[in-house]
Write a protein that binds this ligand. Structure first.
Ligand SMILES: Nc1nc2c(ncn2[C@@H]2O[C@H](COP(=O)(O)OP(=O)(O)OP(=O)(O)O)[C@@H](O)[C@H]2O)c(=O)[nH]1
Length: 212
């Protein structure tokens, strides 16, 4: 059967509990938003296929629990990720300060060539803002990351930020991609490699299905 995609990448959403990781994912994959906060337990994932430069990129996006008690579980997922979203809530100074801790966890547990993007979510809540846009962009610059202010509520910058991270991962894995382009069979294809490793099912540790 013909493949539905050329490459498969794994991205992770990290950040404090309540910053909106699940909502960002639901908005991106299902274009839905729900106002209640049901904390993710462990990890869960959703998939979406994008076409970038003629390449069909299947992205598996892992939504991790922000709560401290799940950190031992969630850190086990860092190792096989190619890209990370570090998410804070623009109405929570505390969640912004914690980005440094999330970034240092990524440095410790993720692969060296991991791609990162900083997200300041809930940009629709301007009247409650505690973190200025310039603070976000300065931090992103200090870490060498791109930066987006998003709103899962209004759909602001959602497709843009997911597409940007997927593009960065593509560029970072250019060598594998060149092999993919050159290959005449599916044997060299990253997606096939992932399938062989049996990771395309939804068997997460303690799934909270996206309830959106
Ligand atoms: N106004 C506004 N509210 C949002 C936005 N994104 C998420 N929320 C709300 O913030 C709360 C938490 O959202 P979640 O997506 O469940 O947060 P989370 O980061 O996944 O939380 P954990 O699973 O506990 O780590 C919910 O009440 C959402 O409706 C946004 O862009 N704007």
């Amino acid at each position: 059967m013909a493949k539905q995609y050329d490459v498969l990448f794994r991205l992770l959403l990290l950040g404090d509990s309540g910053v909106g990781k699940t909502c960002l994912l639901c908005r991106f994959t299902d274009n839905e938003f729900h106002p209640s906060h049901i904390s993710t337990i462990g990890v869960d994932f959703k998939m979406k296929t994008l076409e970038i430069d003629g390449i069909k990129v299947r992205i598996q996006i892992w939504d991790t629990a922000g709560q401290e008690r799940y950190q031992t579980i969630t850190k086990q997922y860092y190792r096989r990720a190619q890209g990370m979203f570090l998410v804070y809530d623009i109405t929570s100074e505390r969640s912004f300060q914690h980005i440094m801790k999330w970034a240092s966890d990524v440095d410790e547990y993720a692969p060296d060539n991991i791609q990162k993007i900083l997200i300041g979510n809930k940009s629709d809540e301007e009247e409650k803002r505690q973190v200025a846009t310039v603070q976000g962009s300065n931090l992103a610059r200090a870490y060498g990351m791109d930066f987006f202010e998003t709103s899962a509520f209004t759909n602001r910058n959602i497709t843009e930020s997911f597409t940007r991270l997927a593009e960065q991962v593509l560029v970072a894995n250019k060598k594998d991609l060149d092999l993919l382009r050159a290959s005449v069979t599916d044997g060299l294809n990253l997606a096939a490699l992932e399938e062989e490793e049996g990771i395309t099912d939804g068997s997460a540790t303690a799934p909270k299905s996206c309830w959106c």
